[in-house]
Design a binder for this molecule. Structure first.
Ligand SMILES: [Zn+2]
Length: 343
């Protein structure tokens, strides 16, 4: 990418109220059939336009065509029975009723490829598309077939790789894998998680990102964060492994978190998507606050490797707040760019 400090959102944006209930996760659609298809596509184009107007360099789908970042992908697979529900503990944090893996998992059809091709016709800017990571996928299911977390994750990695290759062919420049589970299951990450993630990214010419976060600003996550003490050092376990991986970019939280900035040093040589926007706080950051967060990171990452971003998805926020936060991200980054240009 030619621009220094290319900005992007991590994932979701709030959906328009005519498409689904705002400020809610897993919000049901308000349209159906052909109207839903058209509505989702319109929202996708609108989200892209709003990112461009805000001044972001990299355009994402804002997850406008999916109900949830993990569930929607799984809905397109066979081998998973959505009628057979079991209660599991998600990321060791909260209980949820989830579908059951009842047989071999297969991707029956492309999931987001048509959406990506459609978005490609709407912008000349680089496109980034997020997919769930294999470990995060297995964490939102009950497995009654494979009997091995690792084996199921490997199956999912192969399916994600099929989807990623087709997204790339449709014109997507950057493929992002969302792996919040990497902040919880450290032994699995070490033993097979990074290797399985690399399998999902195998053979891609597109840039690859892994996004690891402390989750949306919902109560279960906020309570968990409150229990983590004054220094959040979870990244310390995974960053050295990811630095040695084939993944190009690591996306992390910073603004409003207790992540010590010096942990970014553990990624030296990699690109870093640094969260300079707090998605758990409806207060819109000032450009100066954004620039300050990014400036502090520059002690640990080369400017050409720094990609300013949000901490996580913004689906639970109001549209006005999300738009304000995107503008703040662009404006704060512009301040820092000007500073760097002055030397
Ligand atoms: Zn996230």
């Amino acid at each position: 990418m030619s621009t220094l400090l290319p900005t992007s959102i991590v994932g979701s944006l709030p959906k328009p109220s005519w498409l689904s209930e705002p400020e809610t996760l897993w919000s049901p659609w308000r349209l159906e059939g052909a109207e839903l298809d058209e509505g989702r596509r319109d929202a996708l184009h609108l989200a892209a336009a709003e990112q461009a107007v805000a001044g972001l360099e990299v355009i994402s789908d804002g997850e406008q065509t999916r109900q949830h970042f993990v569930t929607t992908f799984i809905e397109h697979l066979s081998g998973v029975d959505f009628a057979r529900r079991e209660t599991v503990r998600i990321r060791d944090r909260y209980d949820a009723s989830v579908p059951t893996v009842v047989g071999p998992v297969r991707r029956e059809r492309p999931v987001f490829v048509d959406d990506a091709a459609s978005l490609r016709t709407r912008t000349d800017k680089p496109l980034k598309w997020a997919l769930p990571g294999p470990m995060t996928m297995i964490d939102t299911l009950y497995d009654a077939h494979y009997g091995s977390r690792e084996e199921l994750a490997r199956e999912f990695a192969a399916l994600l790789n099929q989807e990623a290759r087709e997204l790339e062919a449709a014109g997507v420049d950057i493929i992002q894998f969302d792996e919040p589970a990497f902040n919880v299951f450290f032994y699995d990450v070490r033993d097979w998680g990074v290797e399985v993630l690399e399998r999902a990214a195998e053979g891609l010419r597109a840039e690859t990102v892994v996004h690891i976060c402390y989750g949306y600003g919902i109560k279960a996550n906020n309570d968990w964060k409150a229990s983590l003490g004054t220094q959040w050092r979870q990244y310390e376990e995974t960053f050295p492994l990811l630095r040695d991986s084939v993944i190009d970019t690591v996306s992390l939280e910073s603004r409003g978190s207790h992540v010590p900035m010096e942990l970014v040093e553990l990624l030296r040589g990699k690109k870093v998507m640094l969260g300079a926007i707090d998605v758990a706080d409806p207060q819109v950051e000032t450009p100066e606050e954004v620039a300050d967060t990014l400036r502090r990171a520059l002690a640990f990452v080369e400017p050409e490797n720094l990609c300013p971003s949000t901490n996580c998805g913004m689906a639970p926020l109001s549209r006005t707040v999300a738009q304000g936060k995107m503008r703040a991200l662009a404006a704060g980054t512009a301040l820092l760019r000007a500073e760097l240009a002055r030397g």
